[in-house]
Design a binder for this molecule. Structure first.
Ligand code: HEM
Length: 445
């Protein structure tokens, strides 16, 4: 089996021979290319850059210490606040302490398993609109198409029906903010003091204004016509201030569609480049779901399709680096982490180091079937983070990714040319540089 496995694009690590300036420049240009052999060989690497102590952790024990065991001794950093701040300053993604606890409790009901399951038919609706459009135009850029699809899913699933919702306006503004505010820029990683604002591009700040207005309009309209979707829930949550409601709504739009879109983009790319695997997925889905809609209750019977999603998020974790800052002195992996130090939790390297994985650079979805413990707590696989701040949308994202991948792989031939080999580029999330041109042609038997 091994000789048929495919090695998809990998961010070229540093060799260790670069000068300090060159290594820093590589890190700033594309953070996932800014780590050398030490980060791949050691659980923790400590360095001093521009006078600031930086700990890079790429090990499940260290990650569990920071995210779970000592979670209350860390905060998210100024870097996160600077990038996301203008868009979601008072939302779950950015707040801390009691404010975070109160907000997490307020939004929890929408992400409960039962409620998430009930949203599956809305994913089916968005998916059938999408595949109907594909029949008219099979050539596409997977990144853009998946971002469109996951946005539509989110709009339907979280915002309910189209009442009072100018979806095109909201989509345009969200995309502009995601590509503007949600893009890492060189100055984000430099240790400026916390109060230095992140200047947005004129396009970004205009889009942010439009997004805030669209979110305010939506909340106002729904206050008159309540429903039991996310907006209804946010309006009904009397523990949230109006600003918190708006920033959470925007936060869900930003966090909730780009990440799932990237998982699907990379997964379809991998299937498009490895036909035997695409055939296996198609056969599995046909056997379990026949030719009808892929239903929520069938998803547990699609282990190979699930393994594609798992292996995709191992190779291309949509959130490749998480940031933390100690609030007090903490010992992690034998190092002393202190307030003022920066801590980078390196999912990208942890998911790809030979120290923890067998043949880590190969696309081998079966590894998750051979060894289910790879997804257990404490395993070197944390695409959704861990501990109290673990992704609140993980169950929703997994359901959506599985339904979309199963449907598209069963009903379409995914064709990606051999010379399409996109570099993984970190811009907060891990995107394929230049997109992924592909053809999706309906399978005719
Ligand atoms: C494949 C898709 C997704 C991935 C890989 C992903 C990844 C993550 C990760 C790693 C974190 C933790 C960040 C940290 O600890 O610093 C996180 C948090 C979060 N995610 Fe996701 N996410 C995905 C989809 C979603 C969706 C669909 C939603 C909402 C609809 C969402 C909303 C959030 C929110 C609100 C937080 C902050 C939670 C908190 O701090 O309590 N995510 N996500």
């Amino acid at each position: 089996m091994t000789d048929t496995l495919f090695q998809p694009p990998h961010a070229q690590p540093l060799t260790g021979d670069e000068s300090f300036l060159e290594a820093t420049w590589r890190f700033i240009r594309n953070p996932v290319e800014g780590f050398g052999p030490l980060a791949y060989r050691q659980p923790i690497v400590t360095a001093k850059t521009f006078g600031q102590t930086l700990h890079v952790i790429s090990d499940p024990v260290g990650m569990t210490d920071v995210l779970v065991r000592h979670a209350d001794k860390f905060t998210k950093t100024a870097i996160d606040a600077r990038i996301l701040g203008p868009a979601t300053k008072e939302g779950l993604l950015s707040v801390h302490g009691e404010q975070w606890k109160r907000q997490r409790k307020a939004v929890a009901p929408i992400f409960r398993k039962r409620h998430v399951e009930s949203l599956a038919p809305l994913i089916t609706d968005a998916l059938s609109d999408f595949t109907a459009r594909l029949d008219q135009r099979s050539r596409l850029d997977l990144s853009r198409a998946m971002a469109d699809l996951t946005f539509d899913v989110l709009a339907k699933a979280l915002l309910g029906g189209p009442k009072g919702l100018d979806r095109t306006r909201l989509k345009r503004a969200t995309r502009a903010v995601v590509t503007g505010a949600g893009t890492l820029r060189p100055d984000d990683l430099l240790p400026w003091p916390r109060w230095v604002p992140r200047p947005m591009t004129p396009t970004g700040s205009g889009a942010l204004r439009r997004l805030k207005r669209a979110a305010d309009d939506l909340l106002a309209e729904r206050a008159q016509n309540p429903d039991d979707d996310l907006v209804g829930l946010l309006i009904g949550a009397d523990t949230l201030s109006p600003r918190e409601r708006r920033d959470n709504l925007i936060g869900f739009f930003i966090a909730g569609h780009e990440t799932t879109a990237l998982t699907l983009t990379w997964a379809l790319y991998l299937l498009g480049r490895h036909r035997p695997t695409a055939e296996r997925v198609r056969n599995e889905v046909r056997q379990v779901c026949g030719t009808g809609d892929v239903r929520f209750d069938q998803l547990a019977d699609l282990p190979f399709t699930q393994a594609i999603i798992d292996e995709t998020m191992r190779l291309y974790p949509p959130a490749p680096l998480l940031n933390r800052e100690p609030r007090e002195v903490v010992n992690v992996l034998g190092r002393t982490l202190e307030p003022g130090h920066a801590v980078l939790l390196n999912n990208y390297v942890m998911h790809r180091t030979e120290r923890l994985w067998d043949q880590p650079l190969l696309f081998d979805p079966d590894r998750f079937l051979r060894d289910p413990s790879l997804k257990a707590k404490g395993a070197p696989y944390m695409p959704f983070g861990a501990g109290p701040r673990i992704c609140v949308g993980a169950a929703f994202a997994t359901m959506e990714a599985l339904m979309v991948l199963a449907t598209l792989a069963r009903d379409f031939d995914i064709r990606v040319d051999d010379n399409v080999y996109p570099r993984p580029l970190m811009t907060v999330t891990l995107r394929p540089e230049g997109g992924v041109p592909a053809r999706l042609e309906r399978v005719v038997e």
